[in-house]
Structure formats: structure tokens, C-alpha cells
Write a protein that binds this ligand. Structure first.
Ligand code: SAM
Length: 387
């Protein structure tokens, strides 16, 4: 009888578990969204639905990357075709048609990654259609993401990261190891999350934050245990679309592998990620670290106000970056460095003069190209007053 009771009890538990599993499987989207919600701050239903639409549009862009990129290639082939037979013979002798064929091959190689990103999202969203119309900026956004993989997660990007990351680490390294577990950091506009990940690796509970649906889908792909399983697993040709400033075709078409280290994200890891507008973040942190971020603000005053409100009294803001305003596009005020420093003081920060430095730095460069774009990025450390 006792045995029978045990069996009945076990059977009940197993039936219950099976039922829960069935419900979960039938609500796959809800279940997986629950995981992402765990690391997202609360949002209104409207905001959530708007963001879901943005994700679907970005995922459609990723699905159609090959087609979008091939439009450019068709134009290039067409232009070449308009030349005289004599000039085409010379072009042929130089291997130009073959060069266009190689571009086609690199597009297809990149598309292997972009379709995986899209398919991964498709598994989560019943409403997603890979053939729906992507945004007009889709191709540009995806090309930016491919170069961002290089900047943040390849060995080729290491020297670019080295230009600025050590200045931030030098400040954080002063905090004793045992105190780090209670020292919280937020990194807004985190792109593909490398800086935030490095800080979490140092032992700080860190929140990365990004609102671009293109970046966030790529970040999910990068940190997914089913998509990214080993270092240097993924191969892309991030520079092949831009024939300008190239010394050779081999440097133009070269492959870059990523990730150079394996990032994974779990609810228990020191790194959490919030897919939302930075202005929606809540809570109080010890450090806010803005890295190539503040000039992407729609409203620089709201941004600095928010940085201030996210800090505990006495908390620290570290900034590194240029002032590249998207003139006439999104920024409501385009301030000079002097104005920003003055604004920061007005908002209640003390900007430490002794911390200030100008750092020559690059952003998603092609290290083999015949062009250099150097930012004189400004670095400063500021503290919030105690009251
Ligand atoms: C120039 S990128 C810098 C990325 C990364 N920090 C780096 O240094 O490589 C700026 C990032 O901020 C993000 N961003 C801009 N406005 C934002 C906002 N209001 N909330 C969250 N992220 C934002 C952009 O999508 C972009 O990925």
C-alpha cells in the first residue's frame, strides 16, 4: 500500500511536470520572452509591442541581407557592362569581373550568419515573417553590425579596444576584488557588449543596455549557447562591400573570425543585458560607464540627467568618446565639449580635471585600408554629489 501511494504520488508529480512542459512548449514565444524579460526593466505594453515590431523588422532585414546586398552588386555589374568592349577587355585582363564574383561569394558567406540570426529570432516569434518589408536602413545597419563584430569580438579588433578600454579598467582595478561583488556598473549603449562583458569578468555585477534591434539580435546570437559554441566559430567578410581605399583585393575580401572569446549570458551571470532605451532604466548603480555613447543622444540634457539619476550618491560616471552629432537627424542640441562639461556640473556632477585626457581612437576601422579616421575622444571621471 505504501509502495502504491508512492507510485501514485510520483505519477501525479510526473503528470504535472508533463502538463507544465506541454503548456510551455505550446507557449514557446512567451517562455523565451520570459527569459529576456527577466533581464529587462518593466516597460509599458505599448513600448513592448513597438520593440517587438522593431525586432521583427530587423530580423526581416537579416533574412533578406543577401538580396539587399546583391542590389548594390547588380548596379556595379551594370556599370561595368556599360563600358566599351575594348575597356571591358582590359577590365577582364585585370580580373574585374572575377572581383565582382568574389564580392558575390562574400555576400553569401555573410548571409550564412545573417540568416542564422534571423532564424534564431523566427523560432521565438510566431508573428515573424522573414519576407516582410525591412526598413530602408536595413543593409547599412547590418553592415555596421558586421563591423561591430570585428571591433568588439575579434582578435583583429583587439588593438582598437586597447585604445580606450584600459583607461576605464585602470579606474575599476583600484576597487579591491572582495568589494567588487557589491559594486554595480551600468554600460548604456553597449553595442555588442564587449566592454560590459570585460567589466563583469573583473567581478562587477554589470548591466549592459542597448536599444537597437539590429544590435540586440546580434547580441542574442553571440551569447546564445546554441548558436555560438566555440571561439572563432563564425566567419564574415565585413569590409568586402566598400571598394574604396583598398591596397589589394585580398585585404578587401579577407575573412574575419569571431568571437575571440566565448561570451555567454545566463540569469546567474555577472552580466545582465537590458534591451530598452537607456532612459527607461531604473535603479541606482555605483558606476555609469559611457563609451562612445553620449553623442548618440536625442537629447543630451536628458542623457546626463539620467546618468546622474542612475548613480547612487557619491557614484562615479566615466566617459570616453567623441562628439559626433548626427546633424539635423536626431539630436535636439549639439553641444561642444565645454558646454557638456558645464552641463554636467549644472546637473550635480564634479568633473575631475585631473582625470581628463584626450585619447586618439578609432571606431570600426579596417586596419588594412588606406584611410584612418581618428577621433580625439575625451575621457573624464565625474562624481555625483552625496546629497
Ligand atoms: C557608437 S555606438 C557605441 C557602442 C559601444 N559602446 C562601443 O563603444 O563599441 C552607440 C550605441 O548606443 C546605442 N544607443 C543609442 N541611443 C541609445 C539609447 N537611448 N538607449 C540605449 N542604447 C542606445 C546605439 O544603438 C549604439 O549601439
Amino acid at each position: 500500500m505504501v509502495v502504491l501511494e508512492d507510485i501514485t504520488y510520483d505519477a501525479l508529480i510526473y503528470t504535472l511536470l508533463a502538463l507544465i512542459l506541454m503548456v510551455c512548449l505550446s507557449k514557446r514565444e512567451t517562455l523565451i520572452n520570459m527569459f529576456w524579460n527577466m533581464i529587462q526593466p518593466p516597460q509599458s505594453l505599448d513600448e513592448y509591442q513597438r520593440y517587438e515590431r522593431e525586432l521583427r523588422s530587423a530580423a526581416a532585414g537579416y533574412a533578406q541581407y543577401s538580396m539587399l546586398a546583391n542590389y548594390d552588386l547588380y548596379r556595379m555589374r551594370y556599370k561595368y557592362g556599360t563600358m566599351s568592349r575594348f575597356h571591358k577587355n582590359i577590365g577582364g585582363a585585370l580580373g574585374y569581373p572575377k572581383k565582382l564574383d568574389t564580392l558575390a561569394e562574400t555576400i553569401e558567406a555573410n548571409a550564412l550568419i545573417t540568416t542564422q540570426i534571423s532564424a534564431m529570432f523566427g523560432k521565438l516569434s510566431d508573428k515573424f515573417s522573414p519576407t516582410s518589408k525591412p526598413s530602408p536602413q536595413a543593409l547599412e545597419r547590418i553592415r555596421d553590425v558586421l563591423k561591430q563584430f570585428v571591433r568588439e569580438w575579434s582578435s583583429e579588433g583587439a588593438s582598437e579596444r586597447q585604445q580606450t578600454f584600459p583607461y576605464i579598467f585602470a579606474i575599476l582595478e583600484k576597487i579591491p576584488i572582495e568589494a567588487r561583488i557589491t559594486t554595480t556598473v551600468v554600460v548604456p549603449g553597449s553595442g555588442l557588449g564587449r566592454l560590459a562583458w570585460e567589466i563583469a569578468q573583473m567581478g562587477f555585477p554589470t548591466l549592459s543596455n542597448e536599444n537597437s534591434s539590429y544590435m540586440n539580435l546580434a547580441f542574442r546570437f553571440l551569447t546564445s549557447r546554441t548558436q555560438t559554441l566555440q571561439t572563432n566559430q563564425h566567419v564574415i567578410h565585413p569590409f568586402s562591400y566598400w571598394f574604396s581605399h583598398q591596397r589589394s583585393n585580398s585585404s578587401l575580401f579577407r575573412e574575419v573570425r569571431f568571437p575571440d572569446v566565448l561570451p555567454t549570458l545566463s540569469p546567474s551571470s555577472f552580466l545582465q543585458h537590458a534591451e530598452t532605451d537607456f532612459l527607461n532604466l531604473e535603479g541606482e548603480y555605483d558606476y555609469v560607464i559611457t563609451h562612445f555613447f553620449i553623442d548618440t543622444s536625442n537629447n543630451i540634457i536628458s542623457t546626463i540627467q539620467k546618468i546622474h539619476s542612475l548613480l547612487k550618491p557619491g557614484g562615479t560616471w566615466i566617459n570616453v568618446g567623441p562628439l559626433l552629432w548626427m546633424t539635423g537627424a536626431q539630436s535636439t542640441m549639439e553641444m561642444s565639449l565645454d558646454e557638456i562639461l558645464q552641463l554636467s556640473e549644472m546637473m550635480g556632477f564634479t568633473v575631475h580635471e585631473s582625470s581628463r585626457q584626450t585619447i586618439d581612437s578609432e571606431y570600426t576601422r579596417n586596419e588594412l585600408a588606406m584611410i584612418r579616421w581618428i577621433y580625439e575622444a575625451e575621457f573624464w571621471v565625474a562624481t555625483k554629489g552625496q546629497d
